[in-house]
Design a protein around this ligand. Structure first.
Ligand SMILES: [Fe+2]
Ligand SMILES: [Fe+2]
Length: 134
């Protein structure tokens, strides 16, 4: 299952939309690599790339939460930390040789990201916009 970014994912802040698009791109690259039976090293590399980019993206959002004194920051930051934990768990499982159903990671990431962007990220739109970030 692939997810393509469209306007319904927009959080009204260009730089965050771009970062979300990149996240979906990496997940789609991972899904492609799975389909094409790429070597485990390639898959691991993509997962690591995803982990690093996700981490960086969350830090960017959280940086603005602090600067703009965003009121709902605490819960949002906790949600971010949980996802990073999940990605780490997947990476550790794969490293330890555990087999994970091919589409499990892709399905999990896509649904998490869709839910998070549409449900949680969109909530900072007003605050960011009011502080001049559009
Ligand atoms: Fe986000
Ligand atoms: Fe977020």
């Amino acid at each position: 299952m692939k997810v393509q970014w469209d306007e319904s994912y927009s959080v009204g802040v260009r730089e965050m939309d771009k970062q979300h698009q990149r996240l979906f791109e990496i997940i789609n690259e991972y899904a492609d690599a799975l389909e094409q039976n790429h070597a485990p090293e390639t898959l691991m590399e993509l997962l690591n790339q995803l982990k690093d980019f996700t981490h960086w993206h969350f830090n960017e959002e959280e940086k603005y939460f602090r600067v703009f004194r965003y009121v709902d920051a605490d819960v949002h930051i906790m949600t971010h930390a949980k996802l990073i934990d999940r990605i780490f768990e997947y990476i550790e499982k794969i490293k330890s040789g555990e087999t994970i159903a091919d589409q499990e990671i892709v399905t999990f990431l896509n649904s998490w990201l869709t839910y998070h962007i549409k449900g949680t990220d969109k909530q900072y739109m007003e605050c960011f916009n009011q502080n001049g970030l559009v």
